[in-house]
Design a protein around this ligand. Structure first.
Ligand code: EPU
Length: 439
């Protein structure tokens, strides 16, 4: 098992370019199931979730080839309608093949994704939306079984207890592109990844209006053509790098970061005392640690993203004063609190909020990443901790970040990946430390 060894190494300086967005790439890959023509997607990040989605498409009979950041998808001969549990259980986003399969093949059998460490992840809104289009959906032996010979456009209200749903909006929008008549999705998710999916669908010949707003209107068409598309830069990766510059201090320019996707993050980092400058096609972040405490509530876009909550909390642990984080999208998404506290942070949970009392310095420790975004938070914390932090559980990091450690190292962070075999044993380490005395 790999680990990251992280040490504090002063301020970050330099330039870095953001990869393509994982959460845009996954539904856009699924959208290629809506046509029998070949598609090419560029800007796809080399992360394991993308590899898993490619494998899901292959199991459905689609040819997928990867060359650098470009995916070639050839669905000419696909006839599959079922996705297996062994893949679906490893990636919740696999649910977004449900809408395309139903629309194109008239039926789909997709294993129910389970809960996950960030809290319950229901799928009622996905089913509600597809049922409104005329599909019959049942749950049989742990699988969602959906069928409908031809979907019919309808008005669908997709609001749940925690607001809109990104992938439910994606699923219903994709299904509606081939439905008969008009579909109107109310309370649609406004996330840039949903708008990017809509732009991809438009490039395939779909008729969609209002994407990026809470009301999306889709006129069904009889068929879609193949896609040639470059996906948007990853706003979560960009935000993580912005917070990295804020926590370590320094002067970092992040190319590809889109200011229109990062308003809430820019606002909170500025409030904490970082200087954010919009450049042409880039964002420059300058900071002199320590920053000031802030209050953050996560919300659907354009609010502060839940996918940056853990990283922001890592920053708060070393801000001056008392910060508060309230998680309004996934009220249970606090697995990183215990690990940050092991590093000397002072965080207490109160329901869906966490109170973070800034400390002068964190102390390096062996920590285990409980989920994807928490893994980034622990790395950022390690960058300002005394001594070494060993982050394990990197399978989470690798699901969604393309070489985050390489990008941080390029900016001057002291961060190195080692596999268990490369690591000096405790005995070797003691020998190195104490020289011949221990021999
Ligand atoms: N919800 C329901 N019913 C549903 C679906 C969702 O109640 O049928 C609730 C969820 O439990 C949650 C809220 O609605 O409280 C929002 O969840 P949403 O459906 O928007 O999440 P998602 O679409 O499954 C995507 C991202 C997540 C990101 C969320 C919120 C992908 C592949 N995943 O998930 O990304 O946190 O939107 O922005 O796009 C990540 O990248 O680390 C990640 C978890």
């Amino acid at each position: 098992m790999d680990k990251l060894l992280v040490r504090s190494n002063g301020p970050l300086r330099g330039r870095v370019t953001v990869s393509g967005a994982k959460n845009a790439a996954l539904p856009i890959m699924a959208a290629c199931l809506l046509t029998e023509e070949p598609s090419t997607i560029e800007g796809v990040p080399p992360v394991t979730d993308v590899i898993l989605m490619a494998e899901i498409l292959r199991r459905l009979g689609v040819e997928v080839t990867v060359a650098g950041d470009r995916l070639a998808i050839r669905p000419e001969r696909y006839t599959g309608t079922a996705t297996p549990y062994d893949l679906v259980s490893r990636m919740r986003a696999s649910i977004c093949v449900l809408g395309p399969l139903l629309a194109k093949q008239g039926k789909a059998r997709v294993s129910m994704p389970g809960g996950c460490v960030i809290g319950p992840r229901p799928i009622d809104l996905h089913l509600k939306g597809l049922q409104a289009l005329g599909a019959t959906c049942t749950v049989e032996h742990g699988d969602i079984v959906a069928s409908c010979p031809r979907l019919q456009g309808a008005r669908v209200h997709l609001s749940g207890a925690f607001g809109s749903s990104v992938l439910a909006t994606a699923n219903v929008m994709m299904a509606a592109t081939l439905a008969q008549g008009t579909t109107v999705i109310e309370h649609a998710a406004c996330e840039p990844e949903v708008a990017d999916l809509a732009d991809g669908l438009l490039a395939m010949g779909a008729r969609i209006e209002g994407h990026g707003s809470p009301v999306i209107r889709i006129e069904g068409v009889p068929r879609l053509r193949g896609l040639r598309y470059r996906i948007i830069p990853d706003r979560v990766e960009a935000g993580t790098l912005m917070i990295a510059a804020a926590i370590a201090g320094g002067d970092v320019t992040i190319h590809g970061a889109r200011t229109e996707h990062l308003g809430a993050v820019m606002d909170k980092l500025s409030e904490a005392g970082a200087q954010i400058e919009k450049l042409n096609g880039a964002l420059r972040v300058r900071a002199t640690a320590p920053l000031r405490a802030v209050e953050v509530a996560t919300l659907p876009f354009p609010g502060f993203p839940t996918d940056l909550q853990a990283q922001m909390m890592a920053l708060m642990t070393v801000c001056q004063g008392v910060s508060v984080v309230t998680e309004k999208v996934y009220p249970e998404r606090f697995m990183h609190v215990a690990e940050l506290n092991r590093m000397g942070a002072s965080i207490t949970r109160e329901g869906a909020s966490a109170i973070v009392r800034g400390v002068e310095r964190l102390s390096g420790a062996p920590v285990t990443a409980p989920d994807l975004r928490a893994s980034a938070a622990l790395i950022l914390a390690g960058m300002v901790a005394e001594n070494q932090t060993e982050v394990s559980g990197l399978e989470h990091l690798d699901r969604g970040y393309a070489d985050l450690e390489g990008r941080l190292a390029q900016l001057g962070a002291s961060i190195r990946r080692v596999s268990e075999a490369d690591r000096p044993s405790d005995h070797d380490a003691r020998r190195a430390e104490h020289g011949a005395a221990l021999v």
